[in-house]
Design a protein around this ligand. Structure first.
Ligand code: ADP
Ligand code: MG
Ligand code: MG
Length: 513
């Protein structure tokens, strides 16, 4: 890829051209549900007492350029990644080896493990697990080699509440529509062309994952109806993203309900067979048997402000409903697992994946990640992280999800100084991936922001597996394993964080180059 690759893009718009593009973009977004509830700072409770207002989700005006080979490779390895994380989630002993290092330094992870232990003691009653995953990458270009080909490097692997699959497909459609109606200048028509603009099928593919679990659940108790239960945060600004998945399920005649996590113990109960029964407050005369619990909450300590919120998680985990994800699958997504997998010369990938071809392809996507513990690599990493000169090439990550939790570059040494060294093993240190510079324009809260941007590609995966104790051993079987569409998120290059919901990024789509 020549170093000039990303120059002259996106094309300049005249004032009139931009007005035309935006008038189409704004209406298309609202009409197709590329929307979020407004931030409280934008619209007060007095201005919108009944909560009817929505605004466009942040989106880019143009699809961002993305190397075709990288896009294809990320898609091609997704089913292997699904296989890897499903295998990790089935290997309790291996996972415990990792969680053990975090107990004592990370209360949240320790608490999740406690819930797992409690359920295990009683006996797991559901052998099926659903994973709706998202593997996130940035493009890496070796700066020391002018002829280097671009490669994908993994930022992280999400095993719980992987978001924006509902909106992503709509944004790729939006960019295709803008191209079709010639809202982009004719000078760019060869680049911003249909053949280069794949549409993400993430909403229907993720819904297909939930539907597969729903159908694999089996028969409910006689006379009970069934449903898929979305466990959600309350309030939730990103509700339309989740609704797109619900609407896809409803098209297939699958009932869905949204249950705020804090209402779990009020609105659900376990019957004598541990079946999870949901009674909707708006129609209490019908009880639904929950086939599948889809967690879009429960991944952050903020979701557990009261002791009874932990009771609620335990209650759900004890049930016979299929969990998306199970507790062990949730834990498999912690950053520490990613660091352990990325340890040079470690045997873990071979253990879980077997064939060398799979192992090599997955390993090629890893960026350097180090522990901050007493191991040799850990001591080396501590030196890198505490020296301001070297720290600027790194990001420090705690075992958290949802954005806004990391410490970047120059802020790392100061942060570590404020944290007792005995707590450092709760973090991992990761080399920053530095993707090639490019430009785009982001439409956010009614304003266009232009400038240098950084793109992050996410590939969704759907995986349903069975893990049964049989005759002293375990028998496992993968019932579904698919790549489930993509997400491109784009943020201003001045921001370290990329989360759209956390207020940093925008939803984008790829223009393959
Ligand atoms: P979370 O689970 O909170 O989303 P991430 O590991 O994805 O945590 O980090 C949040 C954001 O930080 C990413 O979306 C990305 O923008 C940035 N980031 C994280 N790791 C790296 C990295 N190694 N190189 C460059 N940016 C990174
Ligand atoms: Mg992330
Ligand atoms: Mg994450």
């Amino acid at each position: 890829m020549p170093s000039t690759f990303y120059e002259d893009y996106p094309p300049e718009l005249t004032k009139e051209e931009e007005e035309y593009l935006l008038s189409n973009l704004k209406d298309w977004c609202i009409a197709h549900g590329i929307a979020v509830r407004p931030p409280p700072s934008f619209v007060s409770k007095e201005q919108d007492p009944s909560g009817v207002l929505a605004t466009t989700a942040p989106v880019t005006l143009f699809p961002s350029l993305f190397p075709r080979s990288c896009f294809e490779e990320a898609h091609a390895i997704q089913t292997t990644y699904n296989e890897l994380y499903a295998a990790i989630a089935r290997d309790e002993e291996w996972l415990y080896g990792i969680v053990k290092e975090l107990v004592g330094v990370d209360d949240f992870t320790a608490k999740l493990w406690e819930v797992h232990e409690a359920v295990k003691k009683e006996g797991y009653v559901q052998a099926l697990t659903l994973g709706l995953f998202r593997s996130d990458y940035m493009v890496h270009l070796d700066p020391s080699d002018p002829n280097a080909s671009p490669e994908i490097k993994q930022v992280e692997f999400n095993t719980i509440a992987s978001s924006f699959g509902g909106l992503s497909g709509e944004v790729s459609q939006l960019h295709n529509v803008l191209s079709k109606i010639r809202a982009y200048p004719q000078s760019a028509k060869r680049t911003i062309a249909k053949a280069n603009m794949p549409v993400s099928e993430s909403a229907s593919e993720l819904a297909a994952g939930l539907a597969a679990a729903h159908h694999a659940y089996g028969e409910p108790e006689i006379s009970r109806e069934t449903c898929v239960l979305f466990i959600v945060q309350d309030p939730e600004r990103n509700v339309f993203d989740q609704r797109h998945l619900e609407w896809n399920l409803q098209k297939q005649d699958i009932r869905t309900f949204r249950l705020p996590f804090h209402r779990t113990l009020l609105d659900t109960r376990l019957d004598f067979k541990h079946k999870l029964v949901y009674t909707p407050p708006h129609a209490p005369s019908t009880a639904y048997e929950v086939t599948t619990i889809y967690f879009r909450a429960g991944y952050s300590p903020d979701d557990y402000p009261r002791g009874e919120d932990w009771d609620a998680r335990l209650h759900l985990e004890r049930s016979n409903a299929i969990k998306c994800p199970s507790l062990l699958t949730h834990l498999a997504g912690c950053k520490k697992v990613q660091q352990v997998l990325a340890t040079p010369n470690s045997p873990h990938l071979e253990r879980f994946l077997g064939t060398k071809e799979k192992v090599d392809r997955v390993r090629a996507t890893f960026a350097p990640i180090y522990p901050l513990d007493a191991s040799e690599a850990g001591l080396e990493a501590k030196k890198l992280a505490t020296n301001p000169e070297t720290a600027q090439r790194y990001v420090l990550k705690p075992q958290r999800e949802g954005g806004g939790n990391n410490i970047y570059r120059m802020a790392i040494p100061k942060f570590l100084k404020s944290e007792p060294e005995k707590n450092w093993p709760a973090y991992i240190l990761m080399e920053m991936i530095e993707p090639p510079a490019q430009k785009n324009a982001i439409f956010r809260n009614g304003e266009v922001q232009r400038g240098g941007v950084i793109c992050e590609l996410g590939i969704y995966g759907a995986c349903l597996w069975r893990n049964e104790l049989k005759g002293g051993g375990t028998k496992s079987e993968v019932l579904k394993n698919t790549q489930a569409g993509y997400l491109l998120r784009t943020k201003g290059d001045q921001s370290e964080e990329g989360g759209v919901a956390a207020g940093f990024g925008a939803i984008d789509s790829v223009c393959l180059a």
